[in-house]
Design a binder for this molecule. Structure first.
Ligand code: ADP
Length: 307
């Protein structure tokens, strides 16, 4: 069930004081992110998404108000403790990746574990598991910048999950990708939510992904409105649809081969059918092969063993 909140944002205000003006970027924002939800924060450019995201992950102290993650008031912590808390609690994926280019893909993925005191050998083994999860193990020794945008984004996902955080925050992760690679990243996020029971927060201006979410926060001119993305369905009906959509996504490698529906198409079908009251919306395409399921299952088992 998704009723328990992992994050509570309470009456957050954020103002930027410039020389000649004050920008009121977040206005009395309150919302919750349910545990194990696939939450989407969306809104047009300039609406306050990045400011909200930075505030949410501990990088931008609010002018007033609170952000509570897992019972912890984030900004009551000292900056050092907050950084440690972030490292333990969340993994980030950005639109543009920042790599240490003198290091290999493997070492870049290892980085969060080096910072947590793991030995190079231990970190390397875990990083290889993470790379397998995203299908990038064969690129471990390459430099990150020789990879394509889609490959870099998959490596970035491997880095985000390496410390096994409960929360993955993805900031426009498909923004620089074509549909095929964008769908692959959405597949991975969906699987992390569904199979590894991670809470996902996706920040996007792309409305095509909205019906993948179980929870949504719209930001407009700094004002947030929250809804559960039910499309007028009961919570049970929506859960059932999401389950079916996830099942379909796991099978949906077709886009990678230039065939079968894209996530946008699946997503539109779901929204369309929901508004029509169609009860048999999503039939997963039979010809589509599972994407990364095997390695994801393997990682889930290994990580369970570790914790
Ligand atoms: P979005 O991510 O939705 O595009 P932002 O959060 O980046 O929106 O911006 C919201 C508003 O806050 C905009 O008017 C932007 O110019 C302003 N803003 C964001 N960051 C700063 C900053 N560091 N200094 C001054 N103004 C800022």
């Amino acid at each position: 069930m998704q009723s328990q909140s992992l994050i509570k944002v309470e009456t957050v205000e954020k103002k930027f004081y410039l020389d000649s003006e004050t920008v009121h970027a977040l206005k009395n924002v309150s919302f919750s992110i349910p545990q194990r939800s696939f939450s989407i924060i969306y809104g047009p450019s300039g609406s306050g998404k990045s400011t909200m995201l930075n505030t949410l992950v501990g990088l931008e102290p609010p002018t007033s108000g609170k952000v509570i993650i897992d019972g912890q008031d984030l900004y009551a912590l000292s900056p050092d403790k907050r950084a440690n808390f972030r490292a333990r609690t969340l993994g980030m994926v950005y639109q543009t990746n920042y790599w240490v280019n003198s290091l290999s893909v493997l070492d870049n993925v290892c980085m969060p574990l080096y910072l947590s005191g793991y030995s190079r050998r231990q970190a390397g083994l875990i990083a290889m598991e993470s790379l397998e999860t995203v299908g990038m193990q064969d690129y471990a020794k390459k430099r990150p910048t020789v990879l394509s945008g889609g490959q870099q984004q998959r490596v970035s996902m491997a880095r985000a999950i390496i410390a096994n955080p409960d929360l993955i925050v993805a900031d426009e992760p498909t923004g620089n990708l074509d549909t095929k690679n964008g769908d692959m990243i959405m597949n991975l996020l969906s699987d992390l939510n569904h199979k590894m029971r991670k809470t996902i927060i996706l920040v996007t201006h792309n409305l095509e992904y909205l019906s993948l979410s179980s929870h949504r926060v719209q930001i407009r001119d700094g004002v947030a409105t929250e809804d559960d993305g039910n499309f007028g369905l009961s919570a049970e009906e929506k859960q059932e649809r999401i389950k079916r959509l996830h099942a379909g996504l796991s099978k949906q490698a077709g886009a990678a081969h230039g065939e079968g529906p894209t996530i946008a198409e699946l997503s539109n079908q779901l929204a369309q059918a929901a508004s029509n009251g169609d009860s048999d919306t999503h039939k997963p395409s039979e010809h589509l092969a599972p994407l990364q399921n095997k390695s994801l299952d393997a990682l889930t088992k290994k990580k369970k063993g570790r914790s």
